[in-house]
Design a protein. Structure first.
Length: 569
């Protein structure tokens, strides 16, 4: 789940240890790291890599350079890293493994935390003073490619990509192919953990469900009934009228790749077959923007009625992720619609404050009209690995990724934990995620929890299995998230059914904004969110039609045309 956005960094880092490699796609929740002087290879200079080093690499994915090869990069740092002994960002487990395997010496031209990395890299792009190998977001990928700053990696990939790396790229071929521009592989997609990580589930406080003898909701009316009971029947037992029904984030839904994932309203819209912030095909085959489609009105009417009845907090327009987590922890609300990982955040805090029975249990989003609920599968690729056009050894980048993939896919749990525990995966110069990882881990862990046979667990599954088992055996709150995500009743079990039943809508957006989108997106998003918020709080539903008309006039019509011209072929 980035890879943004959340306060309570310690809890979020716990979540990030579950979504271990989302770092390269999402880049959120990090902090700290002092940038050093940028001394990268300018675009108008040649690389210092030796011809001997290049020649030595004709052997294959794991061949070692005869002479040391220095490769420069820029590193995104994270305060969650626990260094080993005297390890640093420049000298650590990862850099030593790279040198031992390939005779490559890594050099960080500069380091920066996630809040500064993008800005600092933008400066480097503008000046052309760039590292040999580095990671860019979607917008930067378009920029460096258009400016001719990065290298075609087609030949290097074909010659040096390991079978394991190829498998990861084939696992989401569209993600990999999004790095191909005009027939040339201009960047390696960092991929993602799998589409199963993207849709939402309903989280409901279990002790309150049992207190009022309530059954899991199978319809939206049943979910709203549960919310009304939680609001009116004093579920926390303090004899005060101080609870509300369903938590809604002031952001309503997230239009970025790295969604906030807590208390989203899009699940309500999905229940009525509306898909805010998603670019999907309509019945005629045209690509359209879900937020301005007429189906939105049904969900808006329900949310407006919920607000009027008090099921939504009267102050929802002020409630961000941290405030909602606080409300859930303090027993002010017992329902939210959110991400698969909400058992990690704010789940443990809720249990610690209110007892083990206060665990939030996940359920499928129920339908508003009896028809199957579909959810959009938003574009999951958030970044690309690119190589400086002047770098003489592009195959070195592919080799670095090969090693990262090898360690991530290892069946040796000790090796995996050694390289990733304590956030040390952030020390890796570059890396890609495995689109099959979340599904593989859920399948392995849920089965092992039933059979207690751990022989089939991959290295990345062992730690999560141990945590899930700890919740089963000792009800340790800090282990509840792993169980709530990966057990047979966890969030992934629900989301897997969504995919099995064909109820995930593919996105038509491929991560890079169209020209008008890049120029007008912020203005249009503000227009959209303000109108929807006002309607929920009581404004006429006619305001939606006005918003739609203005959205098209202010750039939406041009964006829709550009999307269809670019992707609807």
């Amino acid at each position: 789940m980035s890879q943004t956005k959340k306060t309570r960094a310690t809890a979020i880092v716990m979540f990030m240890l579950v979504l271990v490699l989302l770092v390269t796609a999402c880049s959120q929740k990090e902090n700290a790291g002092q940038p050093s002087e940028n001394t990268g290879t300018p675009a108008n200079e040649t690389s210092t890599a030796s011809p001997e080093a290049s020649a030595a690499n004709e052997e294959g994915p794991w061949s070692k350079y005869e002479k040391p090869l220095t490769v420069t990069t820029a590193l995104k740092t994270n305060t969650g890293i626990t260094q080993l002994g005297n390890d640093t960002y420049d000298d650590n487990l990862w850099t030593r493994a790279i040198e031992s395997t390939f005779n490559i010496k890594m050099k960080n031209l500069w380091t920066a935390d996630a809040t500064q990395y993008t800005t600092k890299l933008n400066v480097s792009i503008a000046s052309g003073n760039l590292p040999d190998v580095y990671t860019v977001d979607n917008v930067q990928f378009a920029q460096v490619t258009a400016s001719g700053l990065n290298m075609d990696l087609t030949e290097a990939y074909e010659k040096f990509a390991s079978p394991e790396l190829r498998k990861i790229m084939e696992a989401d071929k569209a993600g990999f192919e999004s790095g191909i521009i005009d027939g040339k592989l201009m960047g390696i997609s960092t991929q993602h953990f799998g589409m199963i990580s993207i849709p939402s589930v309903v989280w409901i406080r279990d002790d309150w469900m049992k207190k009022f003898n309530l059954s899991p909701p199978k319809t939206m009316d049943e979910l709203l009934h549960i919310a009304e009971v939680f609001m009116t029947e004093n579920p926390d037992g303090n004899k005060k009228n101080d609870t509300y029904g369903i938590a809604i984030n002031k952001n309503l839904y997230d239009t970025s790749i790295s969604a906030t994932g807590v208390a989203l309203a899009d699940g309500i819209f999905n229940a009525y077959h509306a898909y805010p912030a998603a670019w999907i095909k309509d019945a005629s085959g045209k690509i359209v923007y879900g937020s301005v489609q007429p189906e939105m009105k049904a969900g808006l009417a329900v949310l407006q009625d919920m607000f009027k009845k008090g099921l939504i907090s009267k102050e929802f327009g002020l409630k961000d992720t941290a405030k909602i987590a606080e409300d859930l922890t303090n027993g002010k609300v017992g329902i939210e619609i959110g991400s698969n990982w909400n058992g990690y955040y704010p789940g443990p805090d809720i249990i610690k404050k209110n007892g083990n029975g206060a665990i939030l249990m996940p359920y499928a989003i129920p339908s508003g009209d009896g028809q199957p609920v579909k959810q959009p599968g938003n574009w999951p690729v958030g970044s690309y690995i690119v190589v400086n056009k002047k770098f003489a050894n592009p195959e070195a980048a592919i080799k670095l990724i090969n090693l990262y993939v090898k360690i991530n896919l290892t069946n040796d749990a000790d090796e995996y934990i050694n390289y990733t525990a304590g956030g040390r995966m952030w020390n890796a110069p570059i890396g890609v995620s495995d689109p099959e990882q979340s599904t593989r881990e859920y399948t392995q862990i849920s089965e092992a929890l039933e059979t207690k046979d751990i022989s089939k667990l991959s290295g990345s599954s062992v730690g999560k299995y141990s945590a899930a088992l700890k919740w089963v055996e000792s009800q340790d709150p800090d282990s509840s998230g792993a169980w709530l995500q990966n057990s047979s009743v966890g969030s992934f079990s629900i989301l897997q059914k969504l995919f099995d039943n064909g109820n995930v809508l593919p996105t038509e957006y491929r991560g890079v904004d169209t020209p008008t989108m890049a120029e007008k997106k912020a203005t249009l998003e503000k227009l959209e969110k303000e109108a929807i918020t006002k309607i929920i709080m009581g404004a006429s539903l006619d305001e939606f039609d006005k918003m739609v008309s203005n959205w098209y006039k202010l750039g939406g019509e041009a964006i829709t045309k550009e999307m269809n011209d670019k992707y609807n072929k």
